[in-house]
Ligand binder design. Structure first.
Ligand code: GRF
Length: 209
């Protein structure tokens, strides 16, 4: 008997190209996950339009409606739990999340970052990479824990940094890889093939569910 698809919630603040890659993957009949809700802290996030276009619930949580960060995060957790989400995917979600969220979804929340972590965490990763003069950069999917862009690494993909790169050209090259490895990481999670041991994530060979 095959298991029902994993229920995924996506958090996004902006244009939502990673969300789109996840939606496209989930639309394939053999993909073991489905997006059940997209939540944004920005009313006009293109990500919410992408969700609606795909017939998926799009929810705006206005940070101004909450007293502080903890209250926002508690609401976020309860919206996700109300939809029985088994995995949360942060895809360009521009808020730092507090312990209330991190604890609720420990081992069940992923983030994507446009650098080869632990290099260049935080904002403007591509600008940081160019300023540092690295010859290779890339994308990282990692589990979420307390620190910013820290947490055990699930998948990475490298791209060359070309001498004439701008922030935009490097970002575009990295984005191609983001759109490939995020759905792949979700698939591995959904198939219960990711084993976390301290900082290390092992991908096991066979689907467990
Ligand atoms: C991506 O580069 C992602 O790695 C970073 O924010 C950007 C979001 O882009 N966390 P999009 O909204 O998915 O197009």
């Amino acid at each position: 008997m095959t298991s029902p698809p994993l229920r995924v919630g996506v958090l996004a603040s902006g244009r939502g190209s990673n969300l789109q890659s996840i939606l496209d993957a989930c639309a394939r009949p053999d993909f073991p996950a489905r997006v059940v809700v997209v939540i944004s802290d920005r009313e006009r996030a293109a990500a919410l339009d992408r969700a609606r276009a795909a017939g998926i619930e799009a929810l705006w949580l206005n940070p101004k409606d909450f007293e502080d960060r903890e209250a926002f995060d508690r609401a976020l957790v309860s919206e996700l739990e109300a939809r029985a989400v088994g995995l949360v995917c942060q895809a360009g979600f521009m808020r730092i999340l507090s312990l209330a969220y991190v604890r609720a979804f420990a081992g069940r929340a992923l983030n994507i970052h446009p650098s080869l972590l632990p290099a260049f965490p935080g904002l403007h990763a591509q600008r940081q990479a160019l300023a540092h003069g690295v010859k290779v950069s890339g994308a990282t999917v990692h589990f979420v824990e307390e620190g910013v862009d820290s947490g055990p690494i699930v998948l990475q993909a490298a791209v060359p940094v070309e001498p004439d790169d701008t922030e935009d050209t490097l970002a575009a090259r990295i984005l191609v890889q983001e759109h490939r490895i995020y759905p792949e990481a979700i698939r591995l999670f959904a198939e219960d093939r990711l084993k976390i041991d301290g900082r290390r994530v092992t991908v096991t060979g066979e689907a467990q569910r």
